[in-house]
Design a protein around this ligand. Sequence first.
Ligand code: TYM
Length: 344
Amino acid sequence: MINLQPDDLQKRVFSGIQPTGNLHLGNYLGAIKNWVNLQNEISSIFSIVDLHAITVPQEPLKLKSSTHEVAAAIIASGIDTNKSILFNQSSVKEHSELAWIFNCVCRIGWLNRMTQFKEKAGKNRENSSVGLYGYPVLMAADILLYKSTHVPVGDDQKQHIELARDIAVSFNNMFTSENEVDFFTPPEPQIIGEATRVMSLKDGTKKMSKSDPSFASRINLTDSKEEISNKIRKAKTDSYPLPETIEELKERPEAHNLISIYSSLSDQTLQEALNEFSGKGFSHFKPKLVDLAVETLNPISCEMRNLLKDTREIDKILKNGKIKAREIAEPVLKDVKNLVGFVN
Ligand code: TYM
């Protein structure tokens, strides 16, 4: 018998970010900026997903420092750890336990469809870790361990959230009898804003990514004013003025990307941003984008540097988050184990 707490029926946000390398503008606009807004409306949990990070080789010392850096970036961007829970994934063992149970719910055919695995494994598929293949199952465990209902992510994670929905429904079918309330509610992806897929500054058809070898392809949250300015000034463009309509941006990936970044940073719709710049050339637009990007990112990088002076304080915040996360996770996992038929 499952005890449905009133809390079970509430909305809950969960999202995560990997502690691998520098966070960039795509991570900020596609995810963290939306987390900051959502935390005021819905009880929220954010995780630095170190278990996901080790699906590809990591240097242990670097993993630790990246975990601190990402925690600092999240806090500096406006996540209030008195309001929201922030912790690193590996510190809550229930994630791995639920992932194993979900490994036995998820079908191989579903994982074979995951495009991100295909991209990440590339030609080296046979040599990829089993963890990289099962990565989306762990994501489903992250979300459902807290019975989360809303998952704010960039566009690239949509397919993984759909898989989490399939796993939730399949688990319900396997383990909840007809006259019982479904145990898991399929979570909804929240892909919000005008910059849900920020593209490379060097190629508007490629996603901005931590793993792009070109440093100039992305703006990192830690970039100085000069770096931000240089990267935007050198960003690839075409030779036409900015158009009047969104339709006209279709064949102009670089223009589309830069104006989307501008509209997201300025909290305007894409059309509003176009109204501001239509007919103007990039020599007029780019300096405005530089100013706006510096104005937004500079306070974040200053605050990050401040926070990183005392990593023990960051450790304390993460430990506190872990305690609060486990208070929610433990009873959910207990119920899951009970439903599956484990003696515990
Ligand atoms: P990760 O660490 O690759 O990225 C973190 C967040 O940033 C978003 N993002 C982007 N958004 C817009 N444009 C881009 N170029 C861009 N690049 C990255 C991602 O969509 C993501 O929201 N698997 C996840 C982490 C994760 C997770 C979860 C997320 C683990 N468990 C549970 C949600 C729920 C990932 O690797 O994100």
